[in-house]
Design a protein around this ligand. Structure first.
Ligand SMILES: Cc1cc2nc3c(=O)[nH]c(=O)nc-3n(C[C@H](O)[C@H](O)[C@H](O)COP(=O)(O)OP(=O)(O)OC[C@H]3O[C@@H](n4cnc5c(N)ncnc54)[C@H](O)[C@@H]3O)c2cc1C
Length: 378
């Protein structure tokens, strides 16, 4: 057993930490306040070859596997989970179906520009009537000669307003249910494709959009893989993304913990630092233990994934553990900071608002538990 990162992984971690401090930290406040996703970061990360660390170098990736992706996401999330969201969707969910099942031409036109940060990608599965029940998608793609005519809508789509293309699930044959769903790439320039911004409780520096498709003519060449296999492709991407999502929870929890430990040493009440009170020190001890457990669960699952294991049980396990851990940690951070945490500029308020989302994205906690239970034969 080897519990250490390789030299290459250590260097990558250091490089991303440095990038996060120099390029991300200074822009967080403005991006959060103005509720804008900093699009320049995609090309900055892309130029350095850091944007899609998991993908093979031949497609502009870093060849560092899922562990590399988790390093990227964890380090960025220590600085800002909102900004990390868009990058995370780019480096996994939205591009993975093209990597895994796309044609040479699709890789050239969409995947490589995305890994270089020249094009921004989104992943469109969720709809008003298809959330946890993702197979219930109502968006249709009807074949008409060399085009699919796409009609429908998608909600809560990360990178929605800033994307150049979106990888969507649409029904090409309603009579077949989930086996009639296909994955199709819709270019932003397609006539009839519009996006509206959705306002949120947290993750203000992430673009979240509602997409509408009104008789969009999409070339049949934009079909990924085979017709009717799209639901499987979307879930496959989602399963891998659950591992990266856990890295985002971990990074956010680490940031909330670091701030709390520091505060517990500085804040004096009753003549001593509050960290000297057992009630506070035990909270910090528990937070530290849970973060440690989440970190090793995450990197072990990422390692398993890189060995070719599908991680159908392990990916939801790490997702459910790390997201619930981050929510608990952010709440404890708020209690430790008390009044100072509740203030809008404290950053503790941001960790708190951001962490609560982790229950929901990439499948809710309840859905993860359902998948784990099924894998256990229940
Ligand atoms: C900020 C943000 C960004 C997002 N980004 C994207 C994106 O980029 N692309 C995308 O496609 N989607 C995205 N989503 C959508 C996200 O994946 C969904 O919100 C999530 O899957 C849950 O769906 P829902 O919100 O419709 O909740 P619902 O499915 O309506 O669930 C409501 C509640 O019921 C519970 N529930 C539902 N079914 C069951 C069941 N069978 N057993 C037990 N409990 C159940 C759920 O766990 C939840 O607690 C995003 C969402 C948000 C908020």
């Amino acid at each position: 057993m080897d519990f250490d990162f390789s030299e290459e992984q250590k260097m990558f971690k250091e490089a991303i930490r440095d990038f996060a401090q120099k390029e991300v930290a200074p822009i967080v406040k403005e991006a959060e306040e103005k509720e804008t996703a900093p699009v320049d970061l995609f090309s900055k990360l892309g130029k350095l070859g850091y944007l899609c660390p998991a993908y093979p170098p031949q497609y502009g990736g870093g060849g560092l596997g899922k562990i590399g992706d988790c390093i990227l996401v964890e380090e960025l999330a220590r600085v800002c989970s909102g900004i990390t969201s868009g990058i995370m969707v780019q480096s996994g969910l939205s591009t993975f179906p093209i990597l895994a099942h796309g044609t040479k031409e699709q890789k050239q036109e969409f995947l490589i520009p995305a890994t270089r940060g020249e094009k921004i990608a989104a992943y469109g599965l969720t709809e008003p009537n298809a959330g946890s029940d993702a197979a219930a998608v109502e968006t249709t793609a009807k074949r008409d000669g060399n085009y699919y005519i796409v009609n429908g809508s998608k909600i809560y789509i990360t990178n929605g307003q800033i994307c150049d293309f979106v990888t969507i699930a649409a029904s090409t044959d309603k009579s077949k249910g989930s086996r009639g769903i296909s994955t199709i790439i819709v270019d932003k320039s397609t006539s009839g494709f519009t996006v509206n911004k959705m306002k949120k409780l947290g993750h203000h520096s992430a673009a979240t959009g509602e997409l509408a498709f009104d008789n969009c003519h999409v070339p049949v060449d934009n079909l990924i893989g085979e017709e009717g296999k799209g639901y499987r492709y979307m879930l496959e991407a989602l399963n891998g993304a659950r591992i990266s999502h856990s890295a985002r929870s971990l990074g956010t929890a680490q940031a909330a913990f670091d701030a709390s430990l520091n505060y517990a040493k500085q804040r004096i009440q009753f003549g001593q630092p509050i960290g000297k009170f057992q009630a506070i020190s035990f909270k910090l001890a528990r937070m530290a233990a849970e973060i440690e457990a989440a970190r090793w669960l995450l990197y072990r699952v990422a390692w398993l994934y890189d060995q070719g294991n599908e991680c159908r049980k392990e990916a939801p396990m790490t997702k459910v553990f790390s997201s619930e851990m981050a929510i608990r940690t952010a709440e404890e951070a708020m209690r430790i900071h008390a009044g100072a945490g509740y203030l809008a500029e404290s950053t503790i308020d941001r960790y708190f608002r951001d962490a609560i989302l982790f229950h929901t994205t990439e499948g809710t906690t309840e859905i993860q538990e359902l998948v784990i239970a099924r894998e256990l034969g229940l």
